[in-house]
Design a protein around this ligand. Structure first.
Ligand code: DAH
Length: 351
């Protein structure tokens, strides 16, 4: 083996030993770089005679080409190995089952609220929404609940430190009844001119579902719970209308005509007379049991006045029911807290 063959041999060995492109570039420099072995050979040509130079020069050039060919071959091999490693590292096993997205669904109470809105909507009721941090005035005072009323006690109300823009106190609303006032005041304002001119005001017919808060927690009470307020004010609205609205509503909501409704005299500061609404199913597991489902009554004249209306002319009724309770009855759930624990094992049964 002559010196040129052995140079090619050692280039091949060095290139093969280079495990990375950077190492290969270093090996290349040792042969083809400025002071590499091939370059040194070319420099050595200067000392030779013209004939020798020609023959030796041709040999060296050939050697250089062989080294370059080996270099290219090794470069490609390294690039290929790199690609294979990358493909292996990022391999997808297309036979694995896909990751499920998990289908969400509406919360059972949200389902009930949607149902309530749809049923009352079909009876001509608007749907209103209002603040959960409420002003003292809307939550209590405007609803004929004076400052010393027990409902204001620290025991059942979450007061907050912030103040309303007018400086009055704020709290987490204890019921949705303040929406009666908010909605009616707005409605009356919009029709003020007609009312003052003695023309008929379009009736107020609204429901206001939403979250409410009280310091209370057991199997049938949660510090956060839902209510749905209802208000119907006009010139000729009576308890008879209230009863027919409730009959229609509960029969549609529970999808049964086998249901009795009764009004039981009660007390609320903002209605007079007031009544609790009970229903009883005539079949099924709750057969024959009277179940309290709402509070209601004829809106108190003081409240009608706070709406900005003359109680001698405008009359109507209000009601407040509990979508949580209705959901429990509809699905046979016996602990209210299950709705708010956020346990998917429970919630996904309603999807
Ligand atoms: N706000 C009452 C409560 O939280 C429920 C209620 C009773 C609302 C009678 C009404 C009503 O509108 O007329 O217990």
């Amino acid at each position: 083996m002559n010196d040129l063959d052995s140079l090619v041999g050692s280039a091949q060995a060095d290139f093969a030993a280079a495990a990375t492109p950077a190492e290969l570039e270093n090996a290349k420099a040792r042969f083809l770089g400025k002071s590499g072995r091939v370059t040194d050979l070319l420099k050595g040509l200067a000392a030779l005679s013209p004939e020798e130079k020609k023959a030796r020069g041709a040999e060296i050039n050939q050697t250089k080409q062989r080294v370059e060919a080996l270099l290219t071959e090794r470069r490609q091999a390294l690039a290929e190995a790199d690609l294979q490693a990358q493909l292996k590292a990022e391999a997808l096993d297309v036979t694995l089952p896909g990751r499920q997205k998990g289908t969400g669904g509406l919360h059972p109470v949200s389902r009930s609220i949607e149902r309530i809105e749809a049923i009352f909507g079909s009876m001509g009721f608007d749907v209103a929404d209002g603040p959960e941090i409420e002003e003292d005035w809307f939550n209590f005072t405007a609803l004929n609940t004076p400052a010393d009323h027990p409902a204001r006690s620290m025991h059942d109300t979450f007061y907050v430190d912030t103040k309303a823009p007018d400086g009055s106190g704020q709290l987490l609303r204890t019921h949705t009844s303040p929406m009666q006032v908010r909605y009616a005041v707005k409605h009356v304002k919009a029709h003020r001119a007609a009312i003052d001119a003695g023309q008929a005001m379009p009736e107020i017919r609204v429901i206001a579902p939403g979250r409410t808060y009280r310091v209370d927690s057991d199997a049938t009470h949660s510090p956060m719970f839902h209510q749905c307020e209802g208000l119907w004010i006009g010139e000729n609205v009576s308890f008879k209308d209230l009863k027919s609205v409730f009959s229609d509503f509960f029969r549609t909501f529970f999808e049964t005509d086998d249901l009795a409704i009764r009004f039981r005299p009660s007390f609320f500061p903002f209605t007079e007379p007031s009544a609790e609404v009970d229903i009883a199913f005539s079949s099924g597991p709750l057969k024959g049991r009277w179940l309290e489902v709402a509070g209601s009554g004829q809106v108190h004249p003081n409240v009608v006045r706070n709406f900005g209306l003359d109680p001698e002319r405008y009359i109507g009724f209000a009601f407040g029911m509990g979508p949580d309770r209705l959901t429990m009855l509809r699905y046979g759930v016996n602990d209210l807290r299950l709705f708010f624990d956020g346990d998917l094992r429970f919630l996904s049964q309603f999807h």
